[in-house]
Design a protein around this ligand. Sequence first.
Ligand code: C2E
Ligand code: CA
Ligand code: CA
Ligand code: CA
Length: 279
Amino acid sequence: AKAEGRGRFQYYSSSMTDAARDRISIDARLRRAITRGELFLHYQPQIELHSGRIVGAEALVRWQDPVEGLLAPARFIPIAEETGLIRELGAWVLREACRQGRAWLDAGLPPLRLAVNVSAQQIRHGQFDQLVEQVLRETGFPANLLELELTESVLMDAHSEVARLLDNLRARQIRIAIDDFGTGYSSLVYLKRFPLDVLKIDKGFVDGLVHDRDDRAITLAIISMARALGFKVLAEGVEDPEQLMILQAHGCDLYQGYFFSKPLPAQEFVQRLQVQPVS
Ligand code: C2E
Ligand code: CA
Ligand code: CA
Ligand code: CA
């Protein structure tokens, strides 16, 4: 057995697979990373289609690991989900995004909506609304500029409790977005059961928008359904102008994607903001 951190023991054995060993190693390092300030956020602009203006950003976590260098979330979020560390990590992301958002307001930047990814585990564990409340109070970030991105799986959970949680958040004017829309459960019941604000069309459908008839049909159906239900709709992963033209022609409200910008470090995001046309 090998001691890891304060009183934590982890057992390595020869029968352990490389994947299991890798998972334990990442978990232990990630735990330290949170307290040592090795995590930071990138911000991907969200653009309003009709005006072409940046109206918000999605905060996406990055990890500057002293051993492996810069790590993308795919490398550590799934592990954090498995070990439960995602709750601490998610709280850190929320706090950091709100702190940054407040700092931008204080610096005189126009109000921008910040979207933060929330793991199903953060919701399932309870008291998530209290965390949000506390973070908003601590940072002074306006609740109406905060958007929480949930996945469909969250909505399929314990209905009454999730509904109450979302009601509480929305009573505070926080917006709720459904991430990766269309890739989760096929039931659409939750669209009328829950108070929602935004549907984010998964990149998978947007990828095929120009050349795949089915992807196009699904994308356009999601746009018209969202509009009919009174939700905003955002297309994710837009990479070229043809996709943008189709989205625009069919009344999609917002988009994000490499075509406009990759997720950017905070400073570069601010520079990007300053070149946009004044309304
Ligand atoms: P997501 O929430 O669906 O985020 C969108 C991902 O697509 C981001 O990858 C973004 O960089 C990427 N992307 C955006 N536009 C384009 C495009 O035009 N082309 C391509 N190829 N990719 C594009 P990233 O930052 O690597 O994040 C991956 C996933 O990790 C996220 O998917 C989300 O599920 C998770 N994640 C990231 N940050 C957090 C976080 O703070 N908390 C939680 N719970 N999950 C996070
Ligand atoms: Ca997201
Ligand atoms: Ca997504
Ligand atoms: Ca995704």
